[in-house]
Design a protein around this ligand. Structure first.
Ligand SMILES: Nc1ncnc2c1ncn2[C@@H]1O[C@H](COP(=O)(O)OP(=O)(O)O)[C@@H](O)[C@H]1O
Ligand SMILES: [Mg+2]
Length: 360
């Protein structure tokens, strides 16, 4: 489907075409904009009536039903844009598999999900939920997972903008691409926009060269424009290296919340372990032992552990040709060959960063 078929006509030409077809007169600038919409309306009308509709019919129908036709035009344009930007949807199951006790979940629920889902009550109390947030923390702690969970629980679109996408046409187009992308995003509604590896885009200007400065500046310009939109939009940026970000971005007024995502408590590990245990062929498992022995594991480590255990159970069953149920020893064996991602040093750094940078 392609909707943006716009002939190269001048404003005057558009005005005279519209006048010829409908008898209505418009200023050239207005006519040029209307003509693009009439072209699309012609396409939409032809689709709906399952026959080719002429430009004259489309023009008259558009002008007679302007409000409805404009709404249809916007809705189709939005669909096209969502498609182009690779928008995805998620169910609320991701949210449900995160332990309620995880601090980022509690916070997001309190500050974002509840105010957005209880609009009357939040209006009554003058609460306006955050529009721009940062998640920071060591790799594999579930930052991306959180963003998908938020989109899922809100039933909003999820659009991921990878810094590499913005750099596609060469480094000198980066600022322009960022601006264009944000302009598109602002036309949408009910969208979670996620910029992963945010530090790649917005590192500290003191250390950066001229080009990076231009990106950070562009970003600083885009954030207020984004926050001024009345649409339901949430911008989430994630980084493993919060201290590499330009301090200008971290000042109040830019990001509403700066949220640490760190290691998991025993209770939180238990929730994730139960989730993954429910998806494999389990026998007798000492769940408390697993919880105790995964103290330095990130969610990514836990996922990897289960992949190892599942694969080996599968192979055993293939070899022996009889039901194989995973037991505690299978986990102990797999863990012996793994090094958990979180070390004392990483945790200490993260705790320092949490004190310095968190704003919740
Ligand atoms: N609460 C959770 N329950 C189940 N799996 C999780 C959870 N949090 C993260 N994961 C899984 O762990 C892996 C790493 O998480 P991810 O969100 O990619 O980490 P990050 O973005 O912080 O590097 C992902 O495959 C994700 O599905
Ligand atoms: Mg990630």
């Amino acid at each position: 489907m392609h909707l943006n078929v716009v002939e190269n006509l001048t404003g005057e030409e558009c005005a005279s075409k519209i006048f010829e077809m409908s008898g209505a007169r418009f200023e050239p600038e207005v006519a040029a904009q209307l003509w693009a919409k009439i072209e699309q309306h012609k396409w939409l009308l032809s689709e709906r009536l399952a026959r080719d509709v002429g430009a004259r019919t489309a023009c008259i129908d558009f002008l007679e039903n302007m409000d409805q036709a404009m709404a249809e035009y916007l809705s189709y344009q939005r669909k096209d844009l969502l498609n182009e930007m690779g928008a995805q949807t998620f169910g609320r199951d991701i949210w449900d598999t995160i332990s309620d006790s995880q601090p980022p979940k509690k916070l997001v629920n309190r500050r974002i999900i509840l105010p957005l889902t209880m609009e009357d009550l939040s209006r009554k109390h003058g609460v306006s939920p955050p529009r721009t947030i940062i998640f920071f923390g060591p790799p594999g702690t579930g930052k991306t997972h959180f963003v998908k969970a938020i989109a899922g629980v809100l039933s909003w679109w999820y659009i991921e903008i990878a810094p590499s996408m913005l750099m596609e046409d060469g480094a000198d187009r980066l600022g322009a691409n960022l601006r264009r992308t944000m302009e598109k995003v602002r036309q949408l509604d009910e969208v979670v926009i996620f910029i992963d590896e945010f530090d790649e885009l917005a590192h500290c200007r003191d250390e950066a060269d001229r080009l990076d400065k231009c990106i950070t500046n562009e970003f600083l310009k885009q954030v207020p424009l984004f926050k001024n939109e009345s649409k339901r939009l949430l911008l989430v940026c994630a980084t493993n290296y919060i201290r590499h970000l330009d301090p200008a971005l971290l000042r109040p007024g830019r990001f509403d919340c700066i949220i640490p995502v760190g290691g998991l408590s025993a209770d939180e590990r238990k929730t994730i372990l139960e989730f993954y245990l429910s998806r494999i062929n389990v026998g007798q498992i000492d769940a408390d032992r697993l919880v105790a022995e995964t103290a330095r594991f990130t969610p990514a480590d836990i996922q990897y552990l289960f992949e190892q255990v599942a694969q080996s159970a599968f192979e055993r069953e293939v070899a022996a040709n009889k039901d194989y149920r995973v037991n505690t020893q299978d986990f102990v064996r797999a863990m012996a060959g793994m090094r958990p991602s979180l070390t004392d040093e990483i945790i200490e750094e993260f705790e320092k960063d949490s004190l310095t940078f968190s704003r919740v």
